[in-house]
Ligand binder design. Structure first.
Ligand code: HEM
Ligand SMILES: *[C@@H]1O[C@H](CO)[C@@H](O)[C@H](O)[C@H]1NC(C)=O
Ligand SMILES: *[C@@H]1O[C@H](CO)[C@@H](O)[C@H](O)[C@H]1NC(C)=O
Ligand SMILES: *[C@@H]1O[C@H](CO)[C@@H](O)[C@H](O)[C@H]1NC(C)=O
Length: 542
């Protein structure tokens, strides 16, 4: 018996040892291959920063971590405007860059076909089916063809109108009848706003500030807002947790699945209703939820655009749902975070806030609310918003993979004296546009670490120089949606209220800035919690 076990023990020892040796050799080969493929100096960590498990582990000498490009922003690109990250154990070899010319050459995306979005980078977005942001090539084109026309002037007018209504409702609530309104953190109002706007302009839900939309009319139903919040908060869990773990009777897992199911049913109902309505099978008055809400919401326009297409270009129901989830995820956190950051940066700098305030009064006078037509005149408000996105870009890494061997040209840089170069890329190498690095690149911005909206004062609102929504054909489809919502909301709030930092005892503004206006990494990038107070302004006299 003991002899048997002993032999078995020896053998299993050999087997384990050989397996281990094979593993080590394969990792070394992988690493060596990676080095062959990129031939650019850089970091050599155990795990890639954007994949599992590196993304979940803290930043240490052995793990570069998800926030590598913020932490090392002052030295990462000192030598060159691109570096490589070649991990030992898991993750593909990557080139990281803060160079705009590289960004422009790879963001052609679906068109030239050399670079595509690697599937693993959009896994979060694909949880709910194929959609625009997670597709490539022909499939991407088919989705964009339907989604493009849905983002039109009709939609934009509703975004403006609804944002205004929500502001008026908010200041009617008891909390806002006071002269001083502390909000801890300011995210609590910006996330609420962004969700109500997406709910109403996205689906025509009759959401109000005090009565957010619900998934069903019965009492048990969650609010859509609540369900979305839960889904958005548990995306990472849903993505990375194995099936057996999610099956355990743990409350947060159950809530997450329940929320997801309710939202899915809700969207399917909405699609059926609207298809019937558009195709004339359901009379408009049967549409109970549409009372007082405009028909020009994104879902209607999307279904309309799809029905207008010939068969092969139409989107299937599950693709429509996939895209609606995408819009919720892509449009909600990003906009809410950028608004929160803007309030924070303006609170921290009274002089800039005063300048923006005066520009609002100049356009609106003491009484008038902003009209849709005022949008482009409120350019200083817009500038304070995009300056926030520059420092804290919601989409902080853009990831593309070379589908074939190719070459990227990098023009000379007179400012730093770097000569013209070309960067050969082998098939399978990923290029990561580091938006934090790009937006703080001294080559493009003077004093890049400073919040200074005046950089944008004299540029048109759709300037190509502003890259926070990405560049090229795959740039953000919601850019104008977000910009309108932001300009309208900020103009109304800042006209009536001065926003100030809510300091803890003995805290200086500088200390407050260092704990709030710094990146908080999650699926998208935002600032940390920003506690502020709004102080009612006396009515302006002009
Ligand atoms: C401040 C707010 C926003 C920022 C900073 C932002 C940023 C971005 C960026 C950088 C991309 C490119 C991502 C990549 O190529 O990997 C993108 C794409 C996208 N955004 Fe936004 N976004 C914002 C708001 C919105 C809103 C409000 C919506 C929808 C209502 C939206 C929908 C999308 C979609 C669908 C895509 C994918 C486009 C495609 O692949 O063709 N975004 N966004
Ligand atoms: C790596 O690049 C250097 C110049 O930067 C070049 O001399 C060398 O041949 C390259 N090695 C490989 C394997 O391509
Ligand atoms: C910029 O302003 C012009 C004029 O008001 C408008 O037509 C255009 O759609 C705006 N673009 C963006 C991206 O906001
Ligand atoms: C980062 O964001 C999350 C919500 O996404 C929030 O709960 C957390 O408090 C934030 N962290 C800090 C330091 O503000």
């Amino acid at each position: 018996m003991s002899l048997l076990l002993g032999t078995w023990g020896d053998r299993s020892g050999y087997i384990l040892l050989s397996l281990f040796a094979v593993l080590v050799i394969s990792r070394i080969l992988k690493f060596y291959n990676g080095l062959q493929v990129v031939n650019v100096s850089g970091y050599r960590p155990l795990f890639g920063p954007l994949g599992f498990p590196g993304v979940l582990l803290p930043t240490r000498w052995w793990n570069v971590g998800l926030d590598v490009h913020y932490r090392r922003r002052h030295d990462m690109y000192k030598e060159s405007d691109y570096i490589s990250i070649v991990p030992f154990i898991s993750g593909k070899p990557q080139i990281w860059t803060n160079n705009l010319d590289v960004a422009r050459q790879i963001e052609g995306g679906g068109l030239k076909g050399v670079f595509h979005k690697p599937l693993e980078s959009s896994a979060a977005l694909r949880l709910w089916g194929t959609n625009l942001a997670a597709a490539n090539g022909e499939q991407w084109r088919r989705h964009r063809r339907v989604m493009g026309p849905a983002f039109n002037q009709k939609l934009y007018r509703i975004v403006w109108k609804k944002t205004q209504e929500i502001y008026r409702e908010m200041v009617m609530t008891p909390e806002w009848t006071n002269e001083v309104v502390p909000i801890r953190p300011v995210q609590s109002i910006t996330f609420k706003l962004a969700l109500i706007i997406l709910g109403s302009c996205g689906f025509g839900l009759p959401g109000t500030w005090s009565e957010p939309p619900r998934t069903q009319s019965n009492d048990k139903a969650m609010t859509v807002q609540g369900a979305l919040r839960i889904v958005a908060d548990t995306v990472q869990l849903t993505l990375f947790a194995p099936g057996w773990l999610k099956a355990l009777p743990i409350k947060s897992f159950k809530d997450s699945q329940n929320a997801y199911r309710q939202l899915n049913d809700f969207m399917q109902d909405q699609i059926n209703l609207r298809k019937g309505f558009i195709n004339g099978q359901i009379a408009p008055e049967v549409e109970g939820s549409d009372e007082g809400v405009d028909k020009n919401n994104l879902l209607n326009l999307l279904i309309q655009a799809s029905e207008d297409e010939e068969g092969k270009y139409q989107l299937k129901d599950e693709e429509l749902i996939g895209n609606v989830f995408l819009l919720l995820l892509a449009g909600h956190e990003t906009t809410a975070n950028a608004l929160a950051g803007t309030f924070g940066f303006l609170a921290a700098d009274g002089k800039i806030q005063q300048e923006v305030y005066e520009s609002i009064i100049e356009v609106l006078g003491p009484e008038r609310d902003p009209d849709f037509e005022d949008y482009s005149k409120l350019n200083k408000v817009m500038a304070s918003f995009i300056e926030t996105v520059r420092l804290i870009p919601g989409g902080h890494v853009l990831i593309r993979e070379a589908g074939e061997d190719t070459i990227i040209d990098i023009p000379a840089d007179p400012k730093s004296g770097k000569p013209k170069r070309s960067l050969p890329l082998r098939k399978g190498v990923q290029v990561v546009v580091d938006m934090i690095g790009l937006h703080r690149n001294p080559r493009y911005f003077d004093d890049p670490e400073e919040y200074r909206p005046s950089r944008w004062f004299h540029l048109p609102n759709d300037s190509e120089l502003f890259t926070g929504f990405s560049v090229g054909p795959r740039a953000c489809i919601g850019r104008k949606f977000a910009s309108l919502e932001a300009v309208c909301w900020l103009s109304m709030v800042l006209r009536d209220w001065e926003v100030q930092p809510l300091l803890t005892e003995g805290e200086t503004i500088q200390e407050w800035k260092e704990r709030t206006l710094v990146p908080n990494f999650s699926l998208t990038l935002g600032v940390c919690d920003v506690p502020v107070r709004f102080v009612k302004r006396p009515k302006a006299t002009v």
